[in-house]
Design a protein around this ligand. Sequence first.
Ligand code: MEV
Length: 436
Amino acid sequence: MPQQVSGFSKLSKTEKINWLITNYFGGNIHAKVTLESYWNSDSELQQLHDEFIENTITNFYMPFGIAPNFLINEKLYTLPMTIEESSVVAAASNAAKFWLSRGGFKTKILATTKIGHVHFIYKGDRNGLRSYFEKIKAQLLQAIKPLTQNMEKRGGGLLDLNLIDCTPKMAHYFQLEATFETKDAMGANFINSCLEQIATTFETLSQNSPELHGNKPKVVMSILSNYVPNCVVRAEVSCSLDELTLEGHFKGQEFAEKFIQAVRIAEVEPYRAVTHNKGIMNGVDAVVIATGNDFRAVEAGVHAYAAKDGQYTSLSHASLENGVFRFWMDLPLALGTVGGLTGLHPMVKLALELLGTPSATKLMEIVAVAGLAQNFAALRSLTTTGIQKGHMKMHLMNILNQIGATDTEKETLILHFKTNGVSHRAVAEALNKLRD
Ligand code: MEV
């Protein structure tokens, strides 16, 4: 039976591993060997990683791949992608190559503001609260000046502060809603620090204010929102029907029609929309993770955006007008290229350098393109060959590793499966036959 433990975080890394081995692995050191085999031999680098989070006992590898040939607003990029799913980088590279000769991807930043709230309860008269808020608003703004100065120098800061009456949603519920521009920072720490200061000042000022007639606002919490419908980028591709013709598959018109039907299905059917958008997030998350950004925040915000009109729907859209096929997507993305892990994690620094040390808005454009490219690749496969052929080809190496094929056996079998259908069973049988 595992033992309860206190003061665990104070133990050394080795003590933590020993505790784990005793309590969860019956004293067997195979787990210890595995954990330690993932330590980096460069002790400084290892220490950096150890200190990212509490109770680090080892590192967890994810592949870091690159997808070249992305033409974005006339400039060529090679995208860094961190992802475990075998076919994602290959699909991104395919889509990039396809659009490279068709004008590439175009992007546009539609908006860049983020919001956060001081959520509070107030049981007095709402009109009194409103005029009180207007009276003290300047003091609330003044209170965060020490926090916003640096951000203001970079062209950002707090843009607006409003009192919102949320009592139709919940009794006595109000918000101070703050709008921010955070420039190249994702801004979570900046926004949360400002909100907490606003909350403290608001409560302090309200203690003995005659306008509130003894009704004191009670702050419940102060936090940014990861829903960022006003921090949005558009990515799109377009080409003539002739250019859309797929060798060996469809004429442009036929392909465009089928593709648009596939998008339309995701627009009207939430079951399909979730999978469709998951494909988009394959590309988005891979670049977001490689560049050290908060993929949970991005995921939460993107899916909320996909449901903003009351039904979960496709993030991407497609049209065919006057012989021109167009495929596009608006994506809410709160990203940073300064702060957080961006200046700390060596691989993140490298990924940002690979992208030409982009601004946050440039990174928004690149990430949205990765999502659109991924979606294009998935829909192209789904509406032509089906997804499994390419997917299983890419998964072949995983199967070969799983069943213990040697390097020479792998070479022979990869050749064999260029012209044969891949399944776990087929690969195992082929390996047995080879060994016989
Ligand atoms: C698999 O990771 C992603 C897809 O399912 C996306 C889609 O269905 O559009 C292929």
